[in-house]
Design a protein around this ligand. Structure first.
Ligand SMILES: NC(=O)c1ccc[n+]([C@@H]2O[C@H](COP(=O)([O-])OP(=O)(O)OC[C@H]3O[C@@H](n4cnc5c(N)ncnc54)[C@H](OP(=O)(O)O)[C@@H]3O)[C@@H](O)[C@H]2O)c1
Length: 322
């Protein structure tokens, strides 16, 4: 005769398996949360940047920085010159680069040079191959793909030219310049460090500034993917930073979340060689971890379009008033 309680027993077994599964999944969630909080504290309280010259440099070595003539890129140049790297800037304004390089190298025994290129207008791989050709004689140990530009406003209100420039400088310049320089970088004996300046706006779709947001997501995926593909020879870092006081967003912009260029570059160099993606400074790192991603996206969807619509309307009113 069959046991009348056999079903209860097997149900109980299923129940206890489900309980174990739920407990294990819960424990894993808690462990990953604790790990994430500890690594956050470690990054901001203890972690120091690597000795960049020892890690990447060799005799007579160079850091190449696109958009190194202003803002975050200029600060990267100052920081790396201080550590003994020769500095090469790629940007569009020759006179400005000459002036900035004179300031960057002042009192230091480093060499400098520059390459002129309008990176919002160069749309083909062959354009970047020509730029790469002009720096093929130097040892590039750090490459910072930093030049960027944004035009805020709803997609429908942007001019075709604004969309083209946004995509070209923020997405095409990193992918084509890396591709053009890669054979030279892979021949080096030492590792090469590459920072791609993405943006916090590239970590989720941001309506109201979507062509910039999408182009930065492209740049960020590129860096994170190459960090895996080329891990034997190169360190890639996608830098999804928040607001930094530069001419791009306005040097007078204030707030806890708006950091100075030296804080931004310090955090980027700290994470080069150890992470493949970072939000950088304390305020930006904190902001990206306070809310779960789905809630952040919901809030962004609710407020960002209106904010940038207003921004665009003000800009157009200002232009009309001039
Ligand atoms: N500032 C922020 O809040 C923020 C936040 C997240 C990400 N980012 C990203 O960080 C990077 C640097 O931004 P930033 O704030 O330092 O900007 P910035 O102060 O405006 O400096 C941009 C640099 O790129 C150069 N550049 C601009 N357009 C160019 C072009 N068409 N061809 C060649 N060079 C060009 C500029 O040269 P000129 O000197 O000739 O203008 C300058 O050297 C950008 O990729 C930006 O998207 C910035």
């Amino acid at each position: 005769m069959t046991d009348p309680f056999s079903y209860v027993t097997s149900d109980n077994k299923v129940c206890s398996y489900l309980t174990y599964l739920a407990l294990t999944l819960g424990a894993l969630q808690i462990l990953s949360w604790v790990y994430s909080q500890l690594s956050f504290l470690y990054r901001h309280l203890i972690k120091k940047e690597k000795d960049l010259i020892a890690t990447y440099g060799q005799k007579d070595t160079w850091a190449v920085v696109t958009g190194g003539s202003d803002g975050i890129g200029e600060q990267f140049c100052h920081d790396l010159a201080e550590k003994g790297f020769n500095i090469c800037i790629i940007a569009r304004n020759e006179k400005k680069m000459q002036e900035k390089l004179a300031q960057i190298s002042h009192g230091k025994k480093i060499k400098t040079r520059y390459v002129v290129g309008d990176l919002a207008a160069l749309t083909k791989y062959s354009d970047y191959a020509k730029i790469a050709d002009q720096i093929k004689d130097i040892d590039i140990s750090i490459l910072i793909l930093n030049a960027g530009w944004t035009c805020m406003g709803p997609f429908a209100s942007l001019t075709p030219d604004e969309v083209e420039q946004t995509v070209t400088i923020n997405a095409l310049h990193p992918v084509y310049l890396i591709k053009a320089l890669l054979p030279q970088l892979l021949k080096r004996d030492k590792r090469t460090g590459v920072i791609v300046m993405s943006s916090g706006l590239g970590s989720c779709p941001v309506p109201g500034v979507i062509s910039y947001s999408a182009a930065k997501a492209f740049a960020s995926y590129l860096a994170q993917g190459l960090a895996v593909e080329l891990k034997d020879k190169m360190d890639f870092l996608s830098y999804e930073c928040g607001e930094v006081k530069t001419k791009l967003i306005g040097k007078n912009r204030k707030g806890f979340h708006v950091i100075t260029t030296d804080r931004a570059t310090g955090a980027g160099l700290r994470d080069l060689g150890t992470l493949s993606v970072t939000n950088g400074g304390f305020a930006h790192d904190l902001a990206m971890r306070v809310l779960p991603k789905w809630l952040l996206q919901k809030m962004v969807n609710k407020v960002s379009l209106k904010t940038y619509q207003k921004y665009r309307a003000n800009l157009e009113a200002e232009k009309k008033g001039q």
